[in-house]
Structure formats: structure tokens, C-alpha cells
Design a protein around this ligand. Structure first.
Ligand code: TMP
Length: 216
């Protein structure tokens, strides 16, 4: 973190910094985070920043192959194998793309990062948030975002916005309720990093809340 101020007030202008800034977007499948990450990337680029958008799992050649395995509805994957595959894709992305981009001063905007593993694998799969966090600290060599935007939308509304389900999306509504609980838990654990943003309303209304949360 670059400042000790509270992110929930939306008053911490992290994008005013001239050094590299790492922002992640999190939330339930269907909450609109891919759209909002793209809109913030556009706004940051318009403000003159070099923007490096990434998505998880994936964003590198090895990571995209791991993504294909992870999301294949035909595969049955053990929960810890799943958690480690997400962490493996993340390790590659951090080493190959995120860390070099931050070192040259770019703004990295990630569509999901470690908090997804805490919510989906740690909480919803029941592996334990501390255990999954420990694995991810190793995989990322301790790199956490400067600011995480957690987009919050009712589970029913988020489900209604999804297309053809992948292996994880195909899980039942109880699973997705546990994912939402996992994200809420992460927001309580990391209040200085995670800004909780209401994802209801129009695309532009949400984009405005997002920009306030990151200070752009
Ligand atoms: P996406 O649909 O946002 O591209 O994400 C792919 C799926 O992977 C989504 O259902 C959430 C899930 N996921 C995890 O279960 N753990 C993780 O660490 C990440 C990054 C994603």
C-alpha cells in the first residue's frame, strides 16, 4: 500500500502516483468486473499511463493452457489440484508480466487475482483461507495489489448475467453463495486494500464508483 488512508472512502488517489500501480478486480462470475476492468484501463490510458491489462487464470502462454484445463467442464479436478493450478498460472503471470510491468512504472489492471483463490478454493471448496493464502504467498513471492475493487452484486443477479457456464460457473447456487461469503471475508481481512463497490445500476454508474475507489 502506498498510503494508510481508508480505501472505502474513495479518497486515496493511488493512480496519482507516478510509480507502478497494481489494481485487481474481484467478484462473482457475472458481476461485471471484466467490463469495469476494461473501462478503468481506458480511463487510465487516457490519463497518460502505460496500462497492462491481465486476466486470470491465463495471461501467459503456459497460463492460458492451465486455464483451458481449469475451465474444462469435462474434467474432474481435485480441490487442492485446482488450487495449485490457479497458483501455478498466477506464478507465471507475476514473474513474466506483472512484476516487470510494475518495475517499469506501468499500471497493471488484473481481472481476478489472489482473492479469487481465497473465495473459490479457500472458502467455497473448503480448503481453508489461511492455507490457500500461504500457497499464494509462495507463488506470487508476496505480491499483493495496491488496491482491489470488489464488485458486489446479489448472487441471483450475477447468475442471470452469465453466459454458457465453465467448469466453475457450473457449480450450484450454494457454491456461489460460499464464494460471496469468501469475498466478504477477504474484504474484512484486508480492509486497507479492498474497496467494496456496489455493482448494481448502469455500466457508467458503476464505472464512476470504481474510479472514485481508485482515485482516478
Ligand atoms: P473468469 O470467468 O473471471 O475468467 O474466471 C474463470 C473462473 O475461474 C471463474 O469461475 C472463477 C474461477 N477462479 C477460481 O476459482 N480461482 C481463482 O483463483 C481464479 C483466478 C478464478
Amino acid at each position: 500500500m502506498k498510503t494508510g488512508d481508508s480505501p472505502r472512502t474513495g479518497t486515496v488517489p493511488i493512480l496519482a502516483s507516478i510509480s507502478g500501480v497494481f489494481i485487481s478486480f474481484e467478484g462473482l462470475d457475472g458481476c461485471g468486473k471484466t467490463t469495469q476492468a476494461a473501462l478503468l484501463a481506458e480511463a487510465a490510458a487516457a490519463a497518460g499511463r502505460e496500462v497492462v491489462p491481465v486476466r486470470e487464470p491465463g495471461g501467459t502462454s503456459p497460463g492460458e493452457r492451465v486455464r483451458a484445463i481449469l475451465l474444462d467442464p469435462a474434467l474432474e479436478i481435485e480441490p487442492w489440484a485446482e488450487a495449485l493450478l490457479y497458483a501455478a498460472a498466477r506464478a507465471q503471470l507475476v514473474a513474466e508480466v506483472i512484476r516487470p510491468a510494475l518495475e517499469r512504472g506501468a499500471t497493471v489492471i488484473a481481472d481476478r487475482y489472489v482473492d479469487s483463490s481465497l473465495a473459490y478454493q479457500g472458502c467455497a471448496r473448503g480448503l481453508g483461507v489461511d492455507e490457500v493464502l500461504a500457497v499464494n504467498r509462495v507463488a506470487t513471492r508476496g505480491l499483493l495489489p495496491d488496491r482491489t475493487v470488489l464488485l458486489v452484486l446479489g448472487a441471483g443477479e450475477a447468475a442471470g448475467r452469465r453466459g454458457e457456464p465453465d467448469r466453475i460457473e457450473a457449480e450450484g447456487s450454494e457454491f456461489h453463495t460460499r464464494v460471496a461469503d469468501g469475498f466478504a471475508d477477504a474484504a474484512r481481512r484486508f480492509p486497507e486494500r479492498i474497496a467494496v463497490v456496489d455493482a448494481s445500476g448502469t455500466r457508467d454508474q458503476v464505472a464512476e464508483r470504481v474510479r472514485a475507489a481508485v482515485g482516478l
